[in-house]
Design a protein around this ligand. Sequence first.
Ligand code: G1P
Length: 288
Amino acid sequence: MVRKAVIPAAGFGTRFLPATKAQPKEMLPIIDTPVIQYVVQEAVDSGIEDILIISGKGKRSMEDHFDRNFELESRIVEKEEEALYNQLRHIENMANIHFIRQRELNGLGDAIYYARFHCGSEPFAVLLGDTILNSAIPVTQQIIDAYEQYGHPVIAVETVPHDKVNRYGIVGGEKLSEKVLRLTEMVEKPDIDKAPSNLAIAGRYILTPEIFPAIEQTIRGKGNEIQLTDALRIVLKQEDIVATIIEGKRYDIGNKLDFLKTTVEFALKRKEFAAPFAEYLKEIVKGL
Ligand code: G1P
């Protein structure tokens, strides 16, 4: 059973400057909800009870967000805004959330290494803190199901255009079924002509404790960082790893254009905004 999750959220967010100069990219709101809350919700909706967020310098607002704020609550009680009050209480009670700080930004593999004592001998989910996935069945649940079926680490992947493979970890392998592969190759941000496929790692993983000694052996790779993809390649020498092609849509919040698209799409899905916002967009489009 997968009960624990790790959310790496320590990165600088340089692609989103200047907004991320003094606030974490994971706290940027899509309408009224910070990105990290969507990610935590996906974990909770997938049956996760215990979450370790890998935080870092300048990221304390994430801790405050999941903590109780009595002063604010009492104000809201006074104003008798019950729905809002319940919303706040929901955030504080989503899961057992723990924080640890990555002291130096040495890459995703290094960030995951901070979870070794927290995870102990259990399998755990990894959800990248700057990626929202929208799907009927939460993507973390999809890969937990695959883990339970195959008993090996699972990586969520999606098809990307060939000319964008150098932005992602790319996998290659043999098909076990229409949506599942047994991996033979994994490479972090390959040159376009050297990629084993156009199946990109989508920011969700189920890992086993074997990843920790593998990270210890991992030398600095792409970007001079300890890459999780490189550590997984070491795991692959000892045991099978499977990849599941996800059903759902991925939103990379660290990217400004994706952020804009996410805001528009999510607003169109919200009951209170859908009609007036669609009306507004139609007007705008007419004028283009
Ligand atoms: C990380 C991973 C990469 C993965 C990507 C998905 O890269 O290292 O394998 O494809 O997330 O968003 P980053 O975007 O942090 O450079």
